[in-house]
Write a protein that binds this ligand. Structure first.
Ligand code: GCW
Length: 670
């Protein structure tokens, strides 16, 4: 057969024939699918995937070694498997003699199980002793699209929005179903279609028809649709004089609007709201609180089973002494005052998706409120889609952080999955990196970040390495000669980007507005906290933001043991040093270097890591299809050049302030 041109469209669902011993003799176990629901998506996906991997058709019928069904299926019932605690999304996969059995309570669980089995086959796992029981840790695993109706994607680096609003509801771009399938394959079960900064147009009747068309396409894949709700919508599209959440006329307007949505979309998920943040309207415009606003919407949604995701990414119009403290200050007093169907959606760190941030102090500080994590998959501050940065380690760093609230072992993950405080409803959000580019994400390696987000939302206990191995095997090959070098590129890549952009806990040093490239000199303009100098505070004597008890005291927003650790230079992780401390340039660190020398060291280390990625990738020539090989090679060359740009521009700027010569041995790399 002629080699298929690889354009990345298939993502991790390539299912090219496995060669060699990858299936470890398990072919016979996969040769035919038995089900009483042959029209079900799970059987169809298994057949499609396995046919690809085996290189021959895998039929769906009533006989076969691969048994797929729910508890209603007599063949499954006869096996007396315990399916009771699986919920709608869970499944079991068991080897029972010569048979492999996939069972779940319903179609969605079966579909997730089918993808699990395919993943095992793709990665060359043993398939003859399976005993798997999976239930997701988080109930709502959601993508947030920052997509405008004119198809502009805010902070999107993969082309335009894939939602073709103009031709909806009639024309169904085949991509919609491919999108749903890709998401289902990694457990994502919700999507917020439009931007948190959007106007209210999507809530008008013609657009709700379009949204309903998308919801119909996504439903078989277990994916629900959510929308952002612009707080001032009653004014803008409802003809009301204001949007005060405590005015019964405003609440009634929302009640009717919500009913209008559910009439079209019976399983509509709910609203995501950005209010009183970066100029967006909100309840504070009327002297009301975030809880007043969220609860009013929650009451409108509750009769239909909908939820509100109310963002905690807020900062007021007055520039604060330390923006890192604002969300905590506004939200902690509201703990306990949100309705049951409200989740407060919190970014992983307290500033704004910087290359590295400490975990957000709200996690653990609002035990009576359901908090959900918001990660950014699109790389706004991490080199857009050209720089290679595998983000699972960054997500894990936040999830694994110990809040010490109320005691040791109270990780952010346990707050976010609801288990710590016994909250039934849990959710996670990832700001999507998806666009109209043929490869969806703007680059091959950015597909891995979409993948990793979905896998971690399903199970935050997975390791970055395990997830990367799955993705590489599925996207390139399970052959160790490919898998190991690619893994060695991915795992240190996030740290590399941090090192050449914002080492040692520095943050918010990027170019103004577009957020690409270095801009530590950015100063002036409408708000001090939109500059770089506000954050790095470099002077002739030193650098860094003093957030200790002697400074802005942001450390005190953390639990005692965490605050104590961040309050002292000696116990602050070097990666967060200048986030919490203002230090003299000549201060000696535990590494044996001065602050100035350590900065230089880290810039250089970041560039060296890119060189290493380039070498490893070059070694794969001939083992990777030509198109993707070339794309990655070219992007790595861009990344190398821009890593140097970050270093050189930053160093020159610091020198303009501190007047120091380069530390010995730190000549600029060629
Ligand atoms: O990171 C910042 C972005 C804005 C974004 C905002 C937010 C959607 O620069 O583009 O707006 O965060 O998260 O609301």
């Amino acid at each position: 057969a002629p080699a298929l041109a690889e354009d990345g469209y298939d993502l991790w669902l390539r299912f090219r024939p496995l060669t060699g011993t990858a299936l470890a003799g398990a072919e016979a176990r996969l040769s035919a699918i038995a089900t009483t629901a042959p029209e079900g998506l799970a059987a169809a996906e298994l057949s499609r995937g396995l046919s690809g991997l085996l290189g021959r058709a895998v039929p769906i019928g009533t006989e076969g070694p691969l048994l797929v069904g729910t508890g209603d299926d007599p063949a499954i019932r006869a096996l007396r498997l315990d399916l009771s605690d699986l919920g709608p999304d869970g499944y079991v996969i068991r080897t029972i003699g010569p048979r492999t059995v996939l069972a779940a309570q319903g179609g969605t669980g079966l579909l997730y199980g089918a993808y699990h089995l395919l993943r095992l086959a793709q990665t060359g796992a043993r398939l003859d002793t399976l005993n798997i029981r999976e239930v997701p840790r988080i109930e709502r695993r959601i993508l947030n699209h920052w997509d405008n109706l004119d198809r502009y994607v805010e902070r999107g680096y993969a082309g335009q929005s894939i939602w073709d609003w103009h031709r909806l509801p009639d024309w169904h771009d085949p991509r919609y179903e491919d999108y749903a399938r890709a998401n289902a394959s990694i457990g994502i079960n919700g999507t917020v279609l439009n931007n948190v900064n959007a106007n209210a147009t999507i809530l008008t009747a013609p657009y709700l028809d379009k949204v309903a068309a998308l919801a119909d396409i996504f439903r078989p894949y277990g994916i629900r649709v959510y929308l952002t709700a612009r707080f001032s919508a009653p004014k803008e599209i409802g003809g009301l004089p204001h949007a005060d959440p405590l005015d019964p006329a405003v609440a009634a307007w929302w009640g009717a609007k919500v009913a209008e949505i559910y009439a079209r979309i019976p399983d509509f998920g709910g609203f995501l709201v950005k209010a009183n943040s970066e100029g967006q309207p909100g309840p504070q415009d009327y002297g009301r609180t975030h809880a007043d606003g969220a609860n009013m919407l929650a009451d409108a949604l509750a009769p239909h089973g909908g939820i509100v995701m109310w963002r905690a990414f807020v900062y007021s119009d007055e520039v604060p002494d330390d923006r890192a403290k604002q969300a905590y200050a506004e939200f902690v007093p509201l703990d306990g005052s949100f309705r049951d169907n409200v989740l407060v959606q919190v970014k992983n760190g307290p500033i704004d998706f910087q290359p590295r941030e400490p975990f957000h102090p709200l996690f653990g500080a609002m035990p009576k409120t359901k908090l959900m994590m918001e990660f950014q998959i699109t790389k706004e501050y991490l080199g857009f889609a050209t720089h290679l940065a595998y983000l699972a380690p960054m997500y894990k760093e936040a999830l694994d952080a110990d809040t010490f609230r109320p005691a040791r072992g109270s990780t952010v993950a346990r707050v976010a999955d609801g288990s710590l405080d016994g909250h039934g409803l849990s959710a996670m959000a990832g700001v999507a990196n998806i666009g109209s580019d043929r490869n969806w994400s703007g680059s091959t390696f950015d597909q891995a970040n979409w993948y990793a987000y979905g896998r971690l939302a399903w199970n935050h206990g997975l390791s970055s390495e395990a997830i990367a191995r799955e993705w590489i095997a599925a996207s390139f090959s399970p052959d160790p000669a490919v898998l190991e070098p690619v893994l060695a590129m991915m795992l240190p890549s996030h740290q590399a980007v941090v090192d050449y952009m914002t080492p040692l806990g520095l943050h918010h040093l990027m170019g103004r507005g577009h957020h690409y490239g270095p801009g530590p000199w950015v100063d002036g303009g409408p708000r001090a906290d939109w500059t770089s100098v506000y954050f790095h505070r470099a002077t002739k004597d030193g650098i860094g933001f003093d957030r200790t008890r002697r400074g802005s005291d942001a450390v005190s927003q953390y639990a005692g043991p965490v605050a104590d650790r961040f309050d002292k230079v000696e116990t602050t992780p070097p990666d967060l040093l200048l986030w919490f401390h203002h230090l003299r340039w000549d201060r000696k660190l535990s590494t044996g270097r001065t602050v100035w020398a350590e900065l230089l060291h880290r810039y250089g280390r970041g560039i060296a890591a890119v060189d290493d990625m380039i070498t490893r990738w070059q070694g794969l020539e001939g083992r990777i299809d030509a198109a993707r090989f070339k794309e990655v090679s070219t992007f790595l060359a861009i990344q190398r050049q821009e890593a140097q740009w970050w270093r050189d521009a930053s160093v020159a700027y610091w020198q303009s302030i501190n007047g120091l010569p380069l530390p010995p041995g730190e000549a600029p790399p060629p």
